[in-house]
Design a protein around this ligand. Structure first.
Ligand code: AMP
Length: 239
């Protein structure tokens, strides 16, 4: 028989679930600022590679522009490298990973001796809201600043407030690509909801509320489940 000793202070791994545009990235950033847990976004990691013209970035681009998933092998290796870095010793907020069942299995293996996934918050928003949020986005060609034609418009349409750069719609923000991303989400990622529900770690949160209200709901779930007490800086959440 194998005896396993309970970990004194197991790391905290959170898997953020929800369709593209549900606010996972925003919520992950806010939570990172609040409790210091590293924010690991596979989309951001791929975009970083793309900006630096690495072979991985160039490979990922073909898939990203079409709204498809980058192959599992390179994605899993990239996440494993990231979670092996010292700042992830206390855990991580996973935003955009895992995105299919093969990636779930790979993550289980990575976290086998690190306590597994503690919570999978699902940020629920409708498809119509996803469309409105993503297709309204505009990005500055010069500095990369992001606007929204409805929620955060620039002073002059099509022009960046900061540097006068041209604002454009990224390929993966076009309506036809968003439809494809939603299709991929329902086909490949949505089954993860049932998986994490069965594991007892799913928590559905209304993602249509303003970002601060969504964050408050998330902090409440973390508190109710006794997960914040694990963080090295729990006092930060009381302010
Ligand atoms: P995101 O910013 O999370 O919407 O990701 C942007 C794009 O990066 C996605 O549409 C995919 O092409 C790719 N991507 C991000 N995360 C993953 C993942 N876990 N597996 C495969 N592809 C991913």
């Amino acid at each position: 028989m194998k005896f396993t000793r309970p970990m004194a202070n197991p790391p905290l791994f959170l898997v953020f679930l929800g369709p593209p545009g549900s606010g996972k990235g925003t919520q992950a950033r806010l939570l990172h600022e609040r409790i210091g847990l590293p924010h690991v976004s596979t989309g951001d990691l791929f975009r970083h590679h793309l900006k630096n013209n690495t072979p991985l970035g160039l490979l990922a681009r073909q898939y990203m522009d079409r709204g498809e998933l980058v192959p599992d092998g390179v994605t899993v290796d990239m996440v494993a490298d990231r979670l092996a870095q010292s700042d992830a010793a206390c855990g991580a907020i996973l935003d955009g990973f895992p995105r299919n069942l093969a990636q779930v299995v790979a993550l289980e293996a990575m976290l086998a001796d690190r306590g597994g996934v503690s919570l999978a918050p699902l940020f629920a928003v409708s498809d119509e809201e996803v469309m409105r949020r993503i297709t309204g986005r505009r990005t500055c060609r010069l500095c990369g600043a992001i606007y929204h034609i409805e929620f955060n418009p620039p002073k002059q349409p099509g022009v960046c407030d900061a540097d006068g750069g041209e604002l454009y719609q990224r390929d993966d923000d076009r309506p036809e690509t968003v439809e494809k991303r939603l299709y991929v989400y329902y086909k490949q990622t949505a089954p993860l909801i049932g998986y994490y529900f069965a594991k007892g770690v799913l928590a559905e949160i209304d993602g249509t509320q303003p970002p601060e209200a969504v964050q408050a709901a998330l902090l409440q779930v973390l508190t109710d489940r006794g997960l914040l007490a694990r963080m090295p800086v729990p006092a930060a959440v009381t302010g």
